[in-house]
Design a protein around this ligand. Structure first.
Ligand code: ADP
Length: 406
């Protein structure tokens, strides 16, 4: 099957066409600056590469552009749209309603719209992408793959806040956890790489990108995730603050005469390593360069980041009563060997020992702990698009099987 994977954001739309049997990427690209001036990037596995400015007033035009390119005689990879069997959409927030991937129907769109309040930056942008595809390919099966779904196995003891229970009942205020698509892919790839049965291992995945979260996966099921009601809770991130005492926010609001939207802007966009480094950068590469030049705030930002990751890993080892694999993934986790080493230095009490040479590996999957280490420490390149394609193919396969029976 050929699966078109769509990840639609507010002003950008990423796409890939994946052959579900070989798991090969046939083409991939990015529509950027939608509604502004429009930039289109595209590459195929046959070596065709495009980078051009194309006006894209809205998401429908962006989908138009990518579909026209996919069927283009010279640049394309398919003859017509009917060769796309399924479209898999990355959807951020499925609330408590969606515990797995689903066929996108009017009812699903309605239920997702009801979750818009929970993820106002992400869900409406995802739905615009769905709408654009439905307009242009009305007969193609569409599958929604949620970032929250994998985390839905958390128990109430992990997902409830210490707030009056009525607010959970009335408004579903609880911890949802995010990055589920990545955590699922990476925890399973780790078990496969280590030749383990995922139903028998305890894994902690550290997804350390611009947004960052840690996930405890016990016997294939999520036990806990550091992100909460929104993707703001947990680790110190690129620009997001992570855990903060709400009392400090009331204090700050009074001192600086700020309202809620202003406070939220600070927490989401001006905090994290960017804020700690006094606006130097949210990019870990730039912070490392600054640290080398003895910038003490850059150094402090990286130190706080690593310390917080180690604290979560330690607490999740306790939550699972042990850990077999600790896995680093995403931009920082895959590339920053110094941060990995620093995080692991806090975890020696777990019997962890890092192999300094393996820690420099650039492979898609690598074990960076020594053979004698009591816990396997791995670096695995995340692949959310492939996970979405797998989910979409699985849902399509189930539908086919049901049809064949009836
Ligand atoms: P997101 O998907 O959340 O935007 P990514 O997973 O793409 O984030 O990670 C982006 C971050 O990865 C960048 O902000 C940068 O700090 C970090 N990064 C990328 N490459 C490197 C590298 N070679 N060394 C250190 N950090 C890196």
């Amino acid at each position: 099957m050929k699966i078109l994977v769509i990840n639609s954001g507010s002003s950008s739309l990423k796409f890939q066409v994946i052959d579900s049997e070989s798991e090969q990427v046939l083409a991939k690209g990015l529509c950027e600056r939608i509604g502004i001036d429009g930039r289109f990037t595209y590459k195929t596995n046959k070596g065709i590469s495009i980078k051009e400015d194309i006006g894209m007033e809205n998401h429908t035009q962006a989908v138009h552009t990518l579909l026209d390119t996919l069927v283009d005689e010279e640049k394309g990879i398919i003859k017509d749209f009917s060769q796309i069997d399924v479209i898999g959409h990355r959807l951020v927030h499925g609330g408590e309603k969606f515990t797995g991937s689903v066929v996108i129907t009017d009812e699903v769109i309605q239920a997702m719209t009801e979750c818009n309040d929970l993820a106002p930056l992400h869900n409406p942008a995802n739905l615009i992408g769905v709408d654009a595809c439905r307009k242009l390919m009305p007969d193609t099966l569409m599958v929604g793959v949620f970032d929250t779904a994998f985390n839905q196995t958390m128990e109430p003891k992990a997902f409830l806040y210490g707030l009056p229970y009525q607010y959970y009942e009335k408004y579903k205020i609880r911890r949802y956890g995010f990055h589920g698509i990545s955590h699922k892919y990476v925890s399973q790839r780790a078990a496969e790489f280590m030749k383990q049965d995922p139903r028998h291992v305890k894994t902690i995945v550290c997804h350390l990108g611009n947004g960052a979260s840690i996930c405890a996966v016990k016997f294939g099921k999520v036990i806990d995730n550091s992100m909460g009601f929104t993707p703001l809770e947990g680790l110190v991130m690129g620009t997001r603050c992570g855990d903060v005492d709400p009392g400090a926010l009331e204090f700050l609001a009074k001192k600086e005469n700020l309202d809620f939207p202003q406070i939220m802007k600070i927490l989401n966009q001006e905090s994290g390593v960017l804020g700690i480094s006094k606006n130097l950068s949210s990019d870990f590469r730039e912070l490392k360069d600054a640290e080398i030049k003895y910038n003490d705030k850059a150094s402090l930002a990286r130190e706080i980041f690593a310390y917080k990751v180690a604290k979560y890993v330690g607490s999740y080892a306790a939550a699972m009563n042990g850990v077999d694999n600790i896995v680093f993934t995403a931009g920082v986790g895959e590339n920053d060997s110094d941060i990995r080493e620093e995080i692991c230095s806090y975890l020696e009490f777990l019997g962890i020992a890092i192999d300094e040479i393996e820690n420099r590996s650039q492979a898609e999957a690598a074990r960076i702990s020594t053979r004698g280490s009591k816990v396997n420490v791995l670096v695995i390149r995340t692949n959310e698009e492939l996970e979405i394609a797998r989910e979409a193919a699985a849902v399509a396969g189930e539908i086919k099987a049901v049809k064949a029976k009836s």
